[in-house]
Write a protein that binds this ligand. Sequence first.
Ligand code: 0X9
Ligand code: ZN
Length: 426
Amino acid sequence: MAGIAGPLVFSVLLIVAVIGNPENSKGRKSFKGYQVLSVRAGNEMQLEYLNLLQAGPEIDFFQVPSLAQKTDILVPPNQLREVKKSLRKMKLDFEIINEDMEITIERERRDMATRATGDIWTTYLMWEDFELWLQEKSTNFPGMMELKSIGKSNEGRDIWQVKVAADINAPKKPAMYIECLAHAREWITGSACLGTIDILTANYGKSGTLGQQATLMLDKFDWYFIPMMNPDGYNFSKQNRLWRKNRRVNVVSSCPGVDLNRNFAADWGGAGSSSNWCSDTYRGGSANSEPEAQAVINAVAETGDVRSYLSIHSYSQLLLVPYAYDNVKAPDYNELKNVGDIAMLALRQVNGVNFVVGHGPEILYAASGGAFDYFKLNGVKYAYVYELRPASGSGTDGFILPASQIDPSIRETFASFYSFADQIPA
Ligand code: 0X9
Ligand code: ZN
């Protein structure tokens, strides 16, 4: 314990430190001088230290600390020296994978300014434009698409559900669900939902590969999308590009937000979640406490006969097979793993991008309260989590996926959705 004492004191200091939140001229949070360190924990003591660091309010963990993989952490400039010193003291190997996060964010902003607004294939649509796109698309495809508000967020925004069907007025078919943007900063996931809606509506009944795929998908199933599960957080990510949680106001702390992927009643309060409001994995006051989670739970229950629930996240290039909440595999794990392997083969065939398939707690970390575990526990057989591009530890910019990768990312993800539709019995 003596070895951990110094860093421990430092962690406590971190928790109590009052740290400014510098904003640039546009009211956006500035990440000037923030560095991303990629840290590898090799033993339990080092892991415990990372967990302590994570409890502090100002260090942003891009992954939950784990012995299974590297953890990328975002450190503000005024703590860099101390953090690096304490990591060295704990003999924790680390590598600086981003020298200044503000430069990365600024680059993205400049790049997006040069792109046509409203084109989901070449740019990220922010909250207003995202809603507008959904509304316009459903107006253009009234026979195939139904846009429905399934509830309101904490700040009163609609949580939209999009149903895409071969014939919207025909009797119901078995349902496939795809959920995106539970985590605000994972912008590419919103593109994956919108892109899939776009491909399905544009290609149903047509020839060519996409035509054949869209036709099989819609002849066999009805498709339901929750394209933006966390509209408040997503809207806020304009001001703070690395925001993750929703925007629930807390009465006893100045840290808002609940992690929606820790809030569901799937071993709620268990591994990989925090009771600390300021943590990025704060689980909320009780299971299913968040209106965004409730809306999705009710919508899925109302739809009924749901065959698959795909939670789309980023980043790391993974497909996670349930359960995530603990070191326990679903009884049909092997079957789901095989189906997932084939889907990721289809994904890889598009652009050669490799996704690793496996059990979350083994290849990533245990995480309770996740939406996909909740639906798996409640009778949806094919429940998975995607972690889209980029790969972790690849020296890239993590959540800030260049807009030039939206198009290829949508296409490869779509190919895997087709493969799931092809393999899953109707
Ligand atoms: O931590 C999460 O909620 C997901 N990762 S993310 O970086 N997008 O936040 C992973 C959820 C599923 N997790 C595991 N099976 N460990
Ligand atoms: Zn996520």
